[in-house]
Design a protein around this ligand. Structure first.
Ligand SMILES: Cc1cc2nc3c(=O)[nH]c(=O)nc-3n(C[C@H](O)[C@H](O)[C@H](O)COP(=O)(O)OP(=O)(O)OC[C@H]3O[C@@H](n4cnc5c(N)ncnc54)[C@H](O)[C@@H]3O)c2cc1C
Length: 337
């Protein structure tokens, strides 16, 4: 187990903010986690379990205990003629899992290539890209209840997955710490290539392989998203809003045709990037904070911004979009502090 005091979180948040935590604890096994959860000092202090911090915005130093898993590993639990079943340690980097699956020839997650973060967090967030979400392959999630210390397995249905939503994000249910994620992958992959510019990047004439698709996804992402190693960011800052039919019609009358995705007969998802771009905010800066020139949904830190400055900037973006379209953007990024 690792225990550090006044520990810098610069490597644990992709905005690259210079924040510290009073305590940083990292456990290697479920047994160690259980000991921490049952510790009186731990229970008396506020705590937060993090992955790599690629979806977090620290507003201040963290005056409590940051908990981090070091449980890694990908094991093949069983297989059938059609599927393989993998058990993955929560702190395994998600993109390593995708690379491993692609190398083995197992399909289902190749469209989720290059998404930053750990596998446990991926299951919390229900990460998604190019028409695929992790929920599509989840079999069950292994967790510990932070209050009762019991181990509990959540089936895919019990995870209550939705767009960037799961029971693990629900403030009204008991906090659960994910230790392992179990997924099912196909031995005969079928590809989903209709989203984004994927087809444009599939250069070969022949039938694409898993490796081709992964390569195309990586190429599209690199062309469209700023790299947090160069420019601090947390990916999409806001969720894509879902509006009702009446609002959708109202917007069409005012602004003409615009990109959208039909969620149901009465609900339409609108790209938040489009809304922000229409407000003329793409590439705009205020001091050290700005909107990426590559992608209007990404708020970036040139290097010297504080969490507060980023939050204030995000608030001004929300206000401008709300004034123009009457739509309240909801942050996808989690504010801490
Ligand atoms: C450049 C960039 C591109 C991105 N692209 C995408 C994308 O295409 N699609 C997408 O969906 N997301 C995307 N993201 C967002 C981010 O990668 C995901 O949300 C990712 O799953 C976060 O992983 P993390 O390990 O960094 O988690 P963190 O940000 O550290 O934590 C995220 C949440 O998970 C909780 N958590 C972490 N570990 C555990 C655990 N073991 N048990 C319980 N709770 C836990 C935390 O408390 C927090 O609520 C992008 C981010 C960046 C920076």
């Amino acid at each position: 187990m690792k225990l550090e005091q006044n520990y810098s979180l610069k490597q644990y948040n992709t905005f690259r903010l210079q924040v510290k935590t009073r305590w940083f604890m990292e456990y290697d096994s479920e047994e160690e986690l259980l000991k921490i959860l049952q510790d009186e000092y731990f229970q008396e202090n506020c705590s937060l379990h993090i992955g790599t911090g690629s979806n977090l915005l620290f507003l201040n130093d963290f005056n409590g205990i940051i908990l981090h898993s070091a449980i890694k590993g990908i094991s093949l639990e069983r297989e059938t003629d059609e599927f393989v079943f993998l058990r993955i340690g929560a702190s395994e980097l998600w993109d390593n899992v995708v690379a491993y699956a692609v190398k083995k020839g197992w399909g289902g997650i190749e469209n989720l290539s290059l998404i930053p973060g750990e596998t446990g967090a991926a299951a919390v967030q229900n990460i998604g890209a190019y028409g695929v979400e992790i929920k599509d392959v989840v079999e069950c999630i292994e967790t510990y209840n932070q209050l009762t210390f019991e181990k509990k397995l959540f089936s895919k249905e019990a995870c209550k997955y939705g767009y960037r939503k799961s029971i693990f994000k629900d403030e009204h249910s008991d906090p659960h710490i994910i230790t392992y994620v179990n997924i099912r992958l196909a031995k005969q992959p079928s590809f989903l290539l209709e989203y984004g510019d994927l087809k444009k990047y599939l250069v070969s004439e022949r039938e694409p392989t898993l490796a081709d698709v992964r390569e195309a996804v990586i190429a599209v992402r690199k062309s469209k998203l700023p790299d947090p190693a160069e420019l601090g960011n947390a990916g999409s800052f806001f969720m894509n809003p879902i509006v009702l039919y009446s609002k959708f019609e109202d917007l069409k009358n005012k602004f003409g045709e615009f990109p959208h995705y039909k969620v149901s007969e009465i609900e339409f998802k609108i790209p938040a990037a489009w809304l922000i771009e229409q407000c003329g905010l793409k590439g705009k800066w205020h001091g050290e904070v700005g909107i990426s020139e590559k992608q209007a949904l990404i708020i970036v830190n040139k290097g010297g911004a504080t969490g507060h400055e980023i939050a204030l900037f995000a608030e001004s973006v929300r206000n401008i979009v709300n004034d123009k379209f009457g739509i309240e953007l909801v942050p996808e990024v989690k504010y801490i502090g």
